[in-house]
Design a protein around this ligand. Structure first.
Ligand code: PEP
Length: 256
């Protein structure tokens, strides 16, 4: 359990999956099965852009939050294929992923761009869920903490006075979509490092204790309880296992 200090959050990242009818079925299944007694666990879902209207409609009146998977740092304009913070908020989003490793890999997103995206999210009243994590090569070279520190400092640099309205997802790249979940010890070590780093940053300081640090990387109903038991793990960003509402619900149940 997260030390009783922070409300756990379980977030589903659908990536580039599902069609509208499937998304509606997923939402109805989760709503009907989500135990109200588990309101102690926050739940969010990150569908791809064309699914946002149907998901927002299906989840209206529920406690499940909706987020976008990415946003452009500009307010609007000539950015074909991109989506603005205002458009996400208008579509019913309250969250947005920034710097997911698949965006960094597929679209060459830099640490600096991730920071500008997080700042744009905050301008539009969206909570950025900033994703960071090392590759397998970086871990094997003993550079994990160096990489996390570089990514975190860059992501927070453009945030004026570092408002604490953001959350982090530690997602080791070697664990995403591979079935190789980080052990609770490895994940806790990284989370504790990130929280210590946050606590030392001007503008964050003691507020670091209240920030949500999620773990992401092949989380399953079986691995969730051991991870959430760690002092600095406050929930999960779940990819593959979030596509089946029964698995997602089992992870929620295992996080409360
Ligand atoms: C993710 O997409 O953020 C993720 C953690 O994926 P998976 O759970 O499939 O590893």
């Amino acid at each position: 359990m997260s030390g009783g200090r922070r409300r756990p959050l379980v977030a589903g990242n659908w990536k580039m999956n599902l069609l509208q009818a499937e998304a509606a079925v997923w939402c109805r299944a989760l709503r009907s099965d989500l135990p109200t007694s588990k309101a102690a666990v926050g739940v969010a879902v990150f569908p791809s852009f064309p699914l946002l209207p149907v998901v927002a409609r299906e989840l209206t009146g529920s406690s499940i939050a909706v987020g976008g998977q990415d946003l452009h740092p500009a307010e609007k304009g000539a950015h074909t294929g991109d989506v603005s913070g205002a458009q996400l908020a208008d579509a019913g989003c309250t969250w947005v992923l920034c710097g997911h490793s698949e965006r960094r890999r597929d679209h060459g997103e830099s640490d600096e761009l991730v920071g500008r995206k997080a700042a744009a999210a905050l301008r539009h009243g969206l909570t950025p869920l900033i994703c960071l994590g090392e590759t397998r090569d970086e871990r094997q070279a003993g550079r994990t903490f160096e990489v996390l520190e570089r990514q975190l400092r860059a992501a927070l640099a453009p945030l004026d006075s570092r408002p604490v309205g953001f959350a982090l997802a530690y997602e080791p790249v070697w664990a995403i979509g591979t079935g190789e979940t980080a052990t609770p010890e490895i994940a806790q070590e990284a989370h504790a490092f990130l929280r210590r780093l946050l606590a030392g940053l001007e503008g964050v300081g003691p507020a670091a204790e209240g920030l949500s640090l999620l773990y992401g990387g092949s989380v399953t109903p079986d691995s969730a309880p051991g991870l959430i038991a760690q002092a600095d793990i406050d929930g999960f960003l779940v990819g593959g296992a979030s596509l089946d509402p029964r698995n997602f619900l089992a992870i929620i149940r295992g996080s409360g």
